[in-house]
Design a protein around this ligand. Structure first.
Ligand SMILES: Cc1cc2nc3c(=O)[nH]c(=O)nc-3n(C[C@H](O)[C@H](O)[C@H](O)COP(=O)(O)OP(=O)(O)OC[C@H]3O[C@@H](n4cnc5c(N)ncnc54)[C@H](O)[C@@H]3O)c2cc1C
Length: 463
């Protein structure tokens, strides 16, 4: 059956007693979505032009394509190629409202969300807030290293890297130069592997041209993984090929090893090794993030929200979770689904259908995840793939990886920019801009993280 498109929405401002965020007045049920990542955006797309008011809250005014963050970090792409403004995406979506605000608390008993800009009520609430970097309680590592979870992290990594390479050219102290040019990446999942490959290519192709004062052997890249193999969620074939590709690029891969301490200059590992390194990039874990107000008994491993097979958060009747934050625990998925973009997109689309059916009192089928396979790239011409029973790697896999990623980026202009950059870089090995636009310091970065955490805590205490 065809969905009926909605036109001529009455748009006069009217706020309920509890609401102090202005929204168009409609008589339709209100679906409030927190987070416009892959999951939230897929849900909006499903609900656009339907008889429902969709309110999307995000703390950023843009959607970001996390799989290519490492390319921004290594100057291969500019940030605006992989982020896309929500308001542009929603042009012509008359039942969709975007509000730039951070949701701080939910009050399920009164169906209200509290944001840093004001409050509104909801009929249905969808949490699509994703994850944040998990440092597993290692404070020294958290204070002195950089995670790679959003576009700001990528730009911080880029600035840290370029500043340290400049400082290395200035210093006369050999030990300091070593520390400034050594890079340690922690975590051998796709993000760590792709970052290590891209850095290794930077070292091989850019360093000799831009920094003729160094030999390329000055930059050491270590990839540290606690498990016995890289890309542990992929096949053994993908893991071993990836290891070989990285070693060919001179990345020093340490398996069965973990970081125990980092003071900003020296990395210490569980087996007793130490390295001098002023660049430590942490990709070793994530944990769910969501606003206050959800009963702790519904929070499971990885700080995810336990949902039923219809993505409804356990214990609530009108609160749903989708994407990385959701753990659909069933007999077949005791740990929930993989935290990847495909899960988020499929859950967003599925929930759109479910909500529309719920509003019409129609029955719904449980969520079923369709595994479309996994791809990871190592440098510019190599990639590995597990597609069903087919496991392969090499140059054509890299072409496949490029096409899949290019087609998944939001916005024609962004696709064009990324495609153009990749084509130039394919033939010239040239990266886009290696500019230090602002002075980056780890101290001010960790101070601003601490301040924002305190601000969130204070806000909930004062409420
Ligand atoms: C470096 C990196 C590389 C990756 N590579 C791949 C890959 O190659 N393939 C793959 O399939 N997956 C990859 N992933 C995983 C993939 O990006 C995630 O699975 C996916 O982004 C999850 O989507 P989501 O919508 O659940 O959350 P996210 O995309 O993280 O979106 C969450 C949104 O919620 C917003 N938000 C959070 N809290 C609040 C709040 N309180 N108030 C308002 N807004 C809030 C955030 O601003 C964000 O926009 C990668 C992830 C990273 C970090």
């Amino acid at each position: 059956m065809e969905d009926k498109p909605i036109h001529n929405i009455e748009s006069k401002s009217a706020c309920k007693a509890t609401d102090n965020i202005c929204l168009p007045d409609t008589h339709w049920p209100r679906v409030v979505i927190v987070g416009g990542g892959f999951a939230g955006l897929a849900l909006v797309e499903k609900l656009k032009h339907k008889e429902v008011q969709v309110v999307l809250f995000d703390k950023n005014n843009f959607h970001q394509f996390q799989p290519l963050l490492y390319q921004v970090a290594t100057s291969a792409l500019e940030p605006d190629s992989i982020v896309f403004p929500f308001r542009k995406q929603f042009n012509g979506y008359k039942n969709v409202v975007f509000r730039l605000a951070e949701v701080e608390e939910i009050q399920p008993s009164s169906n209200v969300v509290k944001t840093n800009k004001g409050n509104i009520h909801y009929d249905y609430l969808v949490l699509a807030t994703g994850t944040t970097t998990n440092f597993f309680g290692m404070n020294t590592v958290e204070e002195n290293s950089l995670g790679m979870k959003d576009i700001r992290d990528s730009l911080n990594i880029r600035h840290m890297m370029l500043q340290n390479l400049e400082q290395a050219a200035i210093t006369c102290d050999d030990e300091e130069r070593d520390a400034l040019t050594n890079f340690v990446i922690v975590g051998g999942g796709p993000a760590g592997v792709e970052m290590a490959g891209a850095l290794a290519e930077f070292c091989k192709y850019i360093l000799p041209k831009d920094y003729p004062e160094y030999s390329s052997s000055i930059m050491n890249i270590y990839l540290i993984e606690a498990g016995k193999e890289l890309l542990s969620t992929m096949s053994n074939k993908a893991s071993s090929k990836t290891l070989r590709y990285l070693e060919d690029l001179n990345v020093k891969v340490l398996l069965n090893e973990s970081v125990t301490n980092y003071d900003g200059n020296k990395v210490s590992t569980k087996s007793g090794k130490t390295f001098l390194a002023k660049n430590l990039i942490w990709t070793a874990g994530v944990k769910g993030q969501f606003p206050e107000g959800i009963d702790a008994k519904h929070v499971v491993r990885g700080n995810r929200l336990k949902t039923d097979p219809f993505l409804m958060v356990e214990g609530y009747e009108n609160i749903f979770a989708i994407g990385d934050i959701a753990a659909v625990i069933t007999e077949n998925t005791p740990k929930g689904h993989p935290q990847v973009a495909q899960t988020a997109i499929q859950q967003g689309k599925y929930l759109g259908k479910v909500l529309l059916k719920l509003m019409k009192n129609e029955g719904v089928k449980p969520f079923e995840y369709k595994d479309k396979g996994a791809l990871a790239t190592v440098g510019k011409r190599k990639a590995v793939a597990d597609l069903g029973k087919f496991k392969f790697g090499g140059y054509f896999t890299w072409l496949l990886w490029s096409i899949v990623h290019l087609m998944s980026i939001s916005g024609f202009r962004n696709r064009l920019m990324v495609g153009f950059n990749w084509a130039v870089s394919y033939f010239t090995y040239e990266k886009s801009n290696r500019l230090i636009i602002r002075n980056f310091s780890k101290a001010s970065n960790s101070k601003s993280i601490a301040n924002s955490q305190t601000a969130v805590k204070n806000a909930s205490v004062n409420d």
